[in-house]
Each structure stands twice: as structure tokens, then as C-alpha cells.
Design a protein around this ligand. Structure first.
Ligand code: NAD
Length: 295
């Protein structure tokens, strides 16, 4: 067994963000276009507020205009629909991101379906999901895209690898399955109703944990030298009584067996934001019939 390769998501994300910034600057110089991202936040959930703030800061740092739109928790669904329709028409806006989860009175799927697919930088619109599964150019959802980019830093070839995805959500597990199938992996999805999950995970060359369960994946689940991507972001109280964030993987013991692993924080999280910036830049180019920047 070789030394574990700790995949540095922060470093990779910083490089991607810088590249997006350079291309955005060139686009602005040559055409006067400045890509724009509108984020829509309903309510005052502290975690969502942190995400929205960091997305806004990241935009500004990469030369993307940020439009921060907020609604109170009790906003009516029709008001939110009207706002998304307004953003669809607004020529300054290339990307629209509605922060999930939404409160119970709002049908999140309805809101997602109202977003113009050309501005759907999260890649959650059914039109874009269909294109993803069909292997057509689309908006690739940010977190799965980040996972794939991280995997490619340690795998020259993904073809034929056994990949197991823990979690089947619409935002992580399912689109990631589409990407890994397209990369010729043999994909198994496990979820809350799956029997013998550790047994299945032990067969994985690539294990992606996205269940939202702190340190669920133990060392006994890991095939020696497997690549482990930890998507989980779970707030916990540490032994010192302070709040911290852990992944779905029990990091230290798993890192001793895995061939490569992403840390939390500093793994998938930063890549998600970098991919959001990239998708906004792509949307800005595609909406105007310009070729995709190579990234
Ligand atoms: P979700 O709750 O929508 O889905 C969780 C999935 O895990 C479900 O399919 C469920 O069946 C499965 N699951 C839950 N408990 C299980 C168990 N005990 N055994 C087997 N399967 C189980 O969550 P989500 O939105 O996909 O997010 C998952 C995790 O990833 C969360 O911790 C979330 O915070 C994190 N996340 C991180 C990023 C990032 O940028 N790093 C982005 C999105 C989500």
C-alpha cells in the first residue's frame, strides 16, 4: 500500500477560480461583457447565508457581477416565480441560483423548472438533467462536477473503475452517477434502503460519500488504495465543545487505508464554488453564441 494522496481541493479550486477570472477579464476587455450571477435566498438560515456570502465574494474576486436577492421566510411561491421570471428576462444576468432548501410552502421543483435552462448554473432544471444523462453539452451540476475534477487529479483513466456513490439526491448522487457512467465507470448507488452497504463499498475503486451522516464511512468499508471523495458537510460539536464541520468519512482511519482522499473542509466544498463560477462564465458565453472557454 502506498502513501495516501490527500487531494487538495482548496488548491485546485483556487487555480480554477483564477483561470475563470482571467477568461472573464479577457471577455470583458474584448467584448465589454461582464458575466452576472443572481443568487436568491429565502429566509435566514445561517448555513445558507454563509454559502450565499461566499458565493458573492468569489464572484467579485473573479470579475463576475453578483446580484444578491433575498426574501423573507414566508414569501409566497408566486412571488418567487415572478422574481425568477424577471431574472430570466434581465440581460445582465447569466446565471440564476436559488439556494436550497426552500421553505415548505414553496415547491422547489416548480421554482427550478421556471429558471431559463440557459441560466440554470446549478444544472438542476429537468431539461439540463436530461441532457446530462444523454451525454449532450449542458450545465453540469457544481458539486458532482467538482468531484469529477478532483478524481481526475488522481486517475488518468476512470474507464472500468468500480465506483460506489453513497446517497441518491438530485443535487449530488444522481448527477454524479450520470457523470461517472459517461466516464465509463461501473456505477453502484447505495442509499438509505440499501442492504449491506459496507460490503458494497468495500468493492469500490472509487467511493463517493454524500449521505450527510457525520463520519458514517469507517475504515472497514474501504478497499485498500481506493479513492475516497467526501462530499459531506456536517456541523458537529468537537471534544473541546466548539462547533466544527466533519465529512461523511471517518477521516483518519480511512486515510490510513485509502490511496487518495479529500479532506473536509478543503476538499469538495471549495470546488463547488469554483465550478459555479465556471458555469456562470460558460452561460455568459453560450447565451451569446460564443465558444466555450477551454477549462
Ligand atoms: P440529501 O439529504 O438530499 O441526500 C442524502 C442521501 O443519502 C439520500 O439519498 C439518502 O438516501 C442517503 N442516506 C442518508 N442516510 C443514509 C444512511 N444512513 N445510509 C445510506 N444512505 C443514506 O443530502 P444532499 O443534499 O445530497 O447532501 C449530502 C451531504 O453532502 C450533506 O452533508 C451536505 O451538506 C453535503 N453537501 C456538500 C456540498 C459541497 O459542496 N461539499 C454540496 C451539497 C451537499
Amino acid at each position: 500500500m502506498g502513501r495516501t494522496n490527500v487531494i487538495d481541493g482548496s488548491k485546485l479550486a483556487a487555480a480554477l477560480r483564477q483561470r475563470v477570472g482571467e477568461i472573464a477579464a479577457q471577455l470583458h476587455r474584448e467584448t465589454g461583457i461582464m458575466p452576472g450571477l443572481a443568487t436568491v435566498l429565502v429566509g435566514e438560515d445561517p448555513a445558507s447565508q454563509v454559502y450565499i456570502r461566499s458565493k458573492g465574494r468569489a464572484c467579485t474576486a473573479s470579475g463576475i457581477a453578483a446580484f444578491d436577492i433575498r426574501f423573507p421566510l414566508d414569501v409566497a411561491e408566486r412571488r418567487l416565480v415572478a422574481e425568477v421570471e424577471r431574472l430570466n428576462r434581465d440581460g445582465r444576468i447569466d446565471g440564476i441560483l436559488v439556494q436550497l432548501p426552500l421553505p415548505a410552502q414553496i415547491d422547489a421543483q416548480r421554482i427550478i423548472s421556471v429558471i431559463d435552462p440557459a441560466k440554470d448554473v446549478d444544472g438542476f432544471h429537468p431539461f439540463n438533467i436530461g441532457r446530462l444523462w444523454s451525454g449532450l453539452p449542458t450545465m453540469v451540476p457544481c458539486t458532482p462536477q467538482g468531484c469529477l475534477r478532483l478524481l481526475r487529479t488522481v486517475h488518468d483513466e476512470l474507464s472500468g473503475a468500480d465506483a460506489v456513490i453513497l446517497g441518491r439526491s438530485n443535487i449530488v448522487g444522481k448527477p454524479l452517477a450520470a457523470l461517472l457512467v459517461a466516464a465509463n465507470c461501473t456505477v453502484t448507488m447505495v442509499h438509505s434502503r440499501t442492504k449491506d452497504i459496507p460490503d458494497i463499498c468495500r468493492r469500490a475503486d472509487i467511493l463517493i460519500a454524500a449521505a450527510g451522516r457525520p463520519r458514517m464511512v469507517g475504515a472497514g468499508w474501504i478497499k485498500p488504495d481506493a479513492s475516497v471523495i467526501d462530499v459531506g458537510i456536517n456541523p458537529v460539536v468537537g471534544p473541546d465543545g466548539r462547533n466544527r464541520v466533519v465529512g461523511d468519512v471517518d477521516y483518519e482511519p480511512v486515510a490510513a487505508i485509502a490511496g487518495a482522499i479529500t479532506p473536509v473542509p478543503g476538499g469538495v466544498g471549495p470546488m463547488t464554488i469554483a465550478c459555479l463560477l465556471l458555469n456562470t462564465l460558460l452561460a455568459a458565453c453560450r447565451r451569446r453564441g460564443l465558444p466555450d472557454p477551454l477549462l
